[in-house]
Design a protein around this ligand. Structure first.
Ligand code: AMP
Length: 696
């Protein structure tokens, strides 16, 4: 029949009454020892207030109103009366319990008389199944279904059971039970279920108890002797109390010391076993964070089964995390030759593909698939194998220039429904001009790790990092939308500094250094020095704006097809009378402005780059302009950049200055190019930020 729900409700009541970790552990161990094979997973989920693993648990939101309605039907008390009582007491779980405890009031609506009613006891399996039936249904007609189910449950439930049914369905479980609490308890369960230490320990305790003279069996000793020694903590506590009682009784018989030594030996062996189990359970959990499944395997098949728990597509792993160090020198000293990668400021995305189906999970293992249909489509198209789990950062990019945009942009996509047109465009635009949210806020996927690859036999966690990365680049057709994280492998500090500057000026928040040694495995769930992050804290916008010269332009694509989509902007250096690039500008324009500027500046296009334009090859635009226009530009900060020419080598050899995240503020018709912001002013701005510069 399985575990009765009353057993679970009683354990929940105990758990709710304490915040002490060991005590909770004790209650949980006792509970798990009663749980049969079919209930281990469900008991685990219900304790956590979910119906399944966190990443796959259907939502069960039942409103208080429905609970009051069911209670009203059950007890024949008006909903209004119950509602008034609720506003006084505030706790709907307790309200249900106390009202069910009250003697039945006779009304026409009530189902019968509590005292005479003989109803079958609820089991955990039934309650879980009923919750599942209620879950995930939000439409109007589902209300009556939910009410029917709840009526059925309240009909059978004891007041205490009804309290926890209510707590669960209104999502107000507050047992303080977390995944970690359960992992610990499960580690303690093992020696009791799968080892003969536990019965031997219990036998020792009984023998020790038998030595306590009858007269010395005081209430404390009596209470511990009466208790089931079902957990290690409890056993140790009982042994300690018996020992004290024996001492108090005068000279303990000689065998007492022997038994006491045996108890100590056994409990320390069991502690060591628990510790080993904890490590194994934790490893399994990091690779397969479904604690219900782990409890099920452990209880049914014993500790060895945990070794078979492995990385599996569509089961999100706990992500590996990075430590931090305060300087690049320390990082290179610690890791030696290592991989340095851009640290993108986006959303961590674990991409799972299996047989053509794609699902994506966030850092917190929440499903993200629905919010990024464009990424799903790109992954489907560009993944070449049968199954993979890839670790990546999803980053907002400029629709025109492909440049990385500030993180905030991506948040506009979260929580939105897709496939819908944005409100402001559907009405006024014709079919060809319509565009979707995905067009407005495009994202790219920067892949950086491969955790599972079906085509080479599954888990990749134990492979060295560069091997994992090589597999990643073979597995996908790479382009702008699905790229590999920009990476160099070096042990040269100068090269590392230059790479950091490039990362910052490209819109990243810093770099991540990664070990490339033999032991550079993927440590799911761990924060360690195999990955070290080094970033510059995000600063406020620059207090000052820059008046920059429009030096050239890049043709737009997609929605910006036929007009200039981005502009190359520069500062003026009076000493050399030259213009030096500071940023590429593609943000802050309306469609109307883009059309107007294309026309107006089109009249100033020149064939070749003027001699006094200092521009790196990599940044050469599609068209050059005479220096006729000055625009006011705002941005996040001035940072070092190896590609921009403003103040090149002035502060640091072979490095210039760039404006990060530039946005057009307004047109400065009142200024000509020679009164634009000077290079020296940009250098000054860099220096003035220095005071606030925060390095991590
Ligand atoms: P933090 O959130 O500051 O602890 O930094 C770690 C986060 O950086 C990860 O969770 C990723 O989301 C993100 N990240 C960005 N780029 C990379 C990269 N190349 N390698 C690893 N993590 C990255």
């Amino acid at each position: 029949m399985g575990l009765l729900y009353s057993e679970l409700a009683a354990a929940m009541e105990q758990l709710e009454s304490t915040t002490k970790r060991l005590q909770m552990q004790d209650y949980l161990v006792r509970l798990y020892l009663k749980v049969g094979p079919q209930d281990a997973a469900n008991v685990t989920y219900l304790l956590l207030g979910t119906l399944g693993p966190k990443y796959d648990s259907p939502e069960l939101g039942v409103a208080d109103k429905l609970v009051l309605k069911a209670l009203s039907i059950r007890k024949g008390i008006s909903e209004k009366e119950l509602n008034d009582e609720l506003s006084k007491t505030g706790d709907i779980g307790d309200l249900v319990k106390t009202n069910l405890e009250k003697k039945q009031q006779q009304t026409l609506m009530s189902f019968g008389d509590d005292d005479e009613e003989q109803v079958a006891e609820l089991t955990v399996a039934q309650v879980h199944a009923d919750f599942i039936k209620m879950a995930g249904k939000k439409d109007k007609s589902s209300q009556s279904l939910k009410l029917d189910i709840l009526n059925g449950l309240f009909q059978k439930a004891t007041p205490l059971e009804a309290k926890y049914i209510t707590r669960f369905i209104t999502q107000r479980m507050r047992l303080g039970v977390k995944d970690l609490t359960l992992l610990e308890a499960l580690a303690f369960v093992t020696p009791y279920q799968w080892d003969d230490h536990a019965p031997a320990l219990a036998e020792d305790i009984r023998s020790l108890g038998a030595l306590v003279p009858e007269v010395d069996i005081n209430p404390t000793v009596k209470s511990v002797l009466g208790r089931e020694a079902s957990s290690l903590n409890a056993s140790e506590e009982i042994a300690k109390n018996l020992h004290i009682a024996l001492k108090r009784a005068g000279s303990p018989p000689p065998e007492a010391a022997e038994i006491r030594a045996s108890i100590e030996q056994r409990s320390s062996e069991m502690r060591a076993m628990v510790k080993r189990m904890r490590g194994r359970i934790e490893r399994a959990y990091n690779a397969y964070p479904d604690i219900g499944h782990i409890a099920h395997l452990l209880i049914i098949r014993g500790p060895d089964m945990l070794d078979d728990v492995d990385v599996t597509p569509f089961v999100p792993l706990k992500p590996m995390l990075a430590e931090r160090l305060p300087s690049l020198d320390e990082i290179i000293e610690k890791l030696g030759r290592c991989a340095l990668e851009y640290k993108y400021d986006g959303l961590r995305m674990q991409v799972h593909v299996n047989n053509g189906q794609v699902r994506m999970f966030s850092r917190g293992m929440e499903e993200q698939t629905g919010q990024f249909p464009d990424v799903v489509a790109a992954v489907k198209e560009q993944f070449k194998g049968s199954s993979i789990i890839a670790d990546a950062e999803c980053i907002p990019i400029h629709p025109e220039t492909g440049e990385i945009l500030p993180f905030q942009v991506i948040s506009r996509r979260r929580g939105r429904k897709f496939g819908l047109q944005t409100e402001d465009t559907t009405v006024t635009l014709d079919e060809t001009q319509k565009h979707t949210f995905e067009d407005d806020y495009p994202v790219a996927l920067a892949l950086f790790d491969c955790l599972f690859l079906g085509d080479v036999g599954g888990s990749m966690l134990d492979e060295p990092y560069l091997d994992r990365r090589a597999k990643l680049s073979e597995a996908f057709e790479l382009d702008d939308r699905i790229t590999l994280s920009t990476q160099i492998v070096t042990d040269d500090i100068k090269e590392a500094e230059k790479f950091f500057d490039t990362a910052i000026s490209s819109g990243c928040e810093g770099i991540v250094a990664k070990s490339v040694g033999e032991d550079s495995t993927y440590q799911a769930g761990a924060r360690g020095y195999n990955w070290i992050k080094y970033k510059r804290d995000y600063r406020q916008d620059l207090a000052d704006s820059l008046d920059l010269v429009v030096m050239g332009a890049f043709w737009g694509h997609g929605r910006r097809g036929g007009v200039f989509g981005a502009y190359l902007m520069g500062s003026f250096d009076p000493e050399t009378e030259s213009f030096q690039t500071v940023c590429k500008l593609g943000t802050g324009f309306t469609d109307e402005m883009l059309a107007r500027f294309t026309q107006e500046l089109g009249e100033h296009v020149i064939e070749d780059k003027p001699d006094n334009y200092q521009v790196a090859k990599a940044l050469e635009p599609d068209v050059w302009f005479d220096p006729v226009a000055v625009w006011e530009v705002v941005g996040a900060e001035v940072s070092f950049s190896p590609v921009h020419m403003c103040g090149f080598s002035a502060l640091k050899p072979d490095v210039g200055l760039a404006l990060r995240f530039p946005r057009l503020s307004r047109i400065r018709d009142d200024k000509d190019a020679y009164s634009a912001t000077t290079t020296n002013e940009v250098i000054g701005l860099y220096g003035s930020q220095g005071k606030n510069a925060l390095w991590q």
